[in-house]
Design a protein around this ligand. Sequence first.
Ligand SMILES: Cc1ncc(COP(=O)(O)O)c(C=O)c1O
Length: 410
Amino acid sequence: MDFRQFDPEAAAILTAEEARQNDTLMMIPSENYMSATVTAAQATVFGNKYAEGMPGARYYNGCVHMDAIERLAITRAKTLFGAEHANVQALSGAAMNIAVYHALLEPGDTVMALDLNQGGHLTHGSPVNFSGRIYKFVHYGVDRDSERLDLACIAQQVRDVRPKLIVTGATAYPRFWDFAAWRRIADEAGALLMADISHIAGLVVGGVHPSPVPHCDVVTTTTQKTLRGPRSGLILCRSKFAQAIDKAVFPGIQGGPHMHTVFAKAIAFKEAMGEGFRATQQRTVDNAQHLAAALSAHGFRLVSGGTDNHLMLVDLRALGLTGKVAANLLEAAGIVVNKNTIPYDPKTPAICSGIRLGTPALSTRGMGATEMEQIAVWIDEVLHHPDDATRHNRVAAEVRELCRRFPVPG
Ligand SMILES: Cc1ncc(COP(=O)(O)O)c(C=O)c1O
């Protein structure tokens, strides 16, 4: 029976969320719309099966088709990224990073990563996260003036700290990562190099951000962000780490893989090989640049002056607004962004001085330069008139109208 008939109470909540996603601008840079194919793939009988172990070496019987689909997902992931080895079983982004640390490090080992308050991720050594409690993380940051990574300065810090592993990649850094330069820094200190490209994986596949794969020992990525797959993780590595990574995922930190998600990942990887995907990634970056230029023209200060990728950070201090207040005002007007710390933020992470905006979901909907300019006008109207509820309601109505012209795919 259709679940809408079976459980109208739950279905009503789903219908409301569908309406919210249709009628608002989804500008949180880590969010995107899956295709209808990837969405449907997750509701298949692959979810009924336990498949602990690796293809050809399972702990349960009845895994012949599990082996086939996992091998297909692995082959596609390797082809897509040009990697020597892929593990497609990680259940999420946090899990994939736990697995990599478990494979490469001993408790107490020293690791360097970007500070959470300057764009890093919780799993990159935050003291409230398992990573910061089990390993000795030393953080690097961005330069105070340029708000960019100063590689000469970081190279000196690496020489002083001598980490076993260097983690590159971020959750809120709007500039390119020069992975070749990071490799030289790691080699000089005899460190392993990892890139967590959760945010930019789609851009890498689409050829609009340099790839870390030729330079890093291990690369991790979530599959649900710019990559447009299901909510999950992917680990790529050099052959010499393959066994350690596979063993760290299972039995190291996980039980049975979610095979319905592995099925959906295989399909998402095929979609990402198409020309349409490349075009969407190019549009994502073009849109971010249009939006950044338009916001700057309206007088907003962008961290580091702009963006090279799919996201930007707006410093709200000159407006006298906190990130928390600004994100709530924008949400009421149908523009969904998240509050975010800016580098050297004087405010706490719960309040913040900035907001983080991204273009992946808008680009998936097919929006372009004209829409980015219109969105900048709306953001300007809302944030420069924080007490004008009538204006906010009008903007929300206009946002709804724009959204209807660009239906959500799937
Ligand atoms: C860089 C980075 N790594 C890891 C993660 C964790 O992913 P998940 O939320 O799927 O656990 C995120 C999520 O936003 C991220 O941005």
